[in-house]
Design a protein around this ligand. Structure first.
Ligand code: AMP
Ligand code: ZN
Ligand code: FE
Ligand code: FE
Length: 293
């Protein structure tokens, strides 16, 4: 059983349509894939349809933009009801904030002498309700300013660089509450990745488990060193929560994140499905189903 629980399509900032992503997952020999686009469930129906055609397992999920003490944190929500009113409303505010910041990013880049328009950015984000920095990067590639997304982030868009403007994001405790209220399973994405390591300490993880019912943490992720993975797995075991592994695949938008590069142990996936069942039963929300062929 090979299980990849974190991937992106072009419904957010991945580069492949959902059906292409699913076909690639099947070809890569994966048995189960979760689609976890940023702040949107738009790709779920296409994902489910493609999964049934291909005979590959499909878990609908969302990667929710959170912020703790001003630092970006990502929360994976598996199998929540995306139309659960309070969750839907928060996600709408996040997506609006994503779009609303684009003019500020463009103005900052223009201030540095970089030619770019808002329309050029939006042209890279057609079909997605969730515009992100990677789309700004794609626009910079398209107009010849940089060679690829990496160069755009390194020079302009990474946290702390001049073209980085943050957007509204949800407090992680509240996001966990909302995912559970919507019948889903909350798992912190890459807790010791690029920025979140600053705020997601072992103590914070324990607090989110105790006070909010955090169900798990992503451990095997390309942003984590071997040492971090060992330590994080130890933290998960000590707290009795689930640990997962994933590629965080973005199509050709992120190098070294090939489908299946990390995976989730079947035993951990079984636990996740059990928590999903329990959280769904405790909620009045209308949760989606896992598809397992
Ligand atoms: P945002 O749209 O601001 O939420 O940006 C988050 C997206 O940008 C995620 O897909 C990240 O993986 C990607 N990202 C953030 N920092 C970098 C970086 N330094 N290099 C490449 N991609 C990045
Ligand atoms: Zn992304
Ligand atoms: Fe993330
Ligand atoms: Fe991601």
């Amino acid at each position: 059983m090979r299980i990849d629980l974190h991937t992106h399509s072009n419904r957010s900032d991945g580069t492949d349509p959902v059906d292409v992503l699913l076909a690639q997952a099947e070809r890569a020999g994966l048995d189960v894939i979760a689609l976890t686009d940023h702040d949107t469930a738009d790709g779920w129906a296409d994902g489910r349809r493609a999964a049934e055609e291909l005979g590959i397992g499909f878990v609908p999920g969302i990667e929710i933009s959170c912020k703790l003490n001003g630092i970006s944190v990502h929360l994976l929500g598996y199998l929540p009801d995306p139309s659960y009113p309070e969750l839907a409303e928060e996600l709408r505010i996040v997506r609006d904030g994503r779009t609303d910041r684009i003019p500020s990013i463009v103005a900052r880049l223009n201030g540095l002498g970089v030619p770019l328009t808002v329309d050029e950015v939006l042209a890279q984000a057609t079909g997605t309700p969730s515009v992100g920095r990677p789309h700004v990067a794609d626009a910079l590639v398209a107009n010849g300013t940089v060679a690829n997304r990496s160069e755009a982030f390194d020079r302009f868009l990474a946290d702390g660089k001049p073209g980085h403007v943050s957007h509204y994001a949800i407090d992680p405790g509240r996001a966990i509450d909302l995912v559970r209220a919507a019948g889903g399973v909350p798992v912190i994405a890459h807790p010791w990745g690029r920025s979140s390591y600053k705020v997601i300490t072992a103590d914070t993880i324990a607090r989110l488990v105790d006070d909010h019912g955090l169900a798990g943490i992503e451990v095997d992720h390309q942003d984590h060193s071997p040492e971090s993975r060992t330590t994080l797995r130890g933290i998960a075991r000590e707290l009795g929560i689930i640990y997962t592994g994933s590629s965080d695949h973005h199509g050709v938008g992120k190098i070294d994140h090939e489908l299946g590069v990390n995976s989730t142990e079947p035993e951990q996936f079984e636990r996740l499905l059990e928590v999903a069942k329990a959280n769904a039963a405790a909620s009045e929300a209308k949760v989606p189903e896992v598809y397992l062929p």
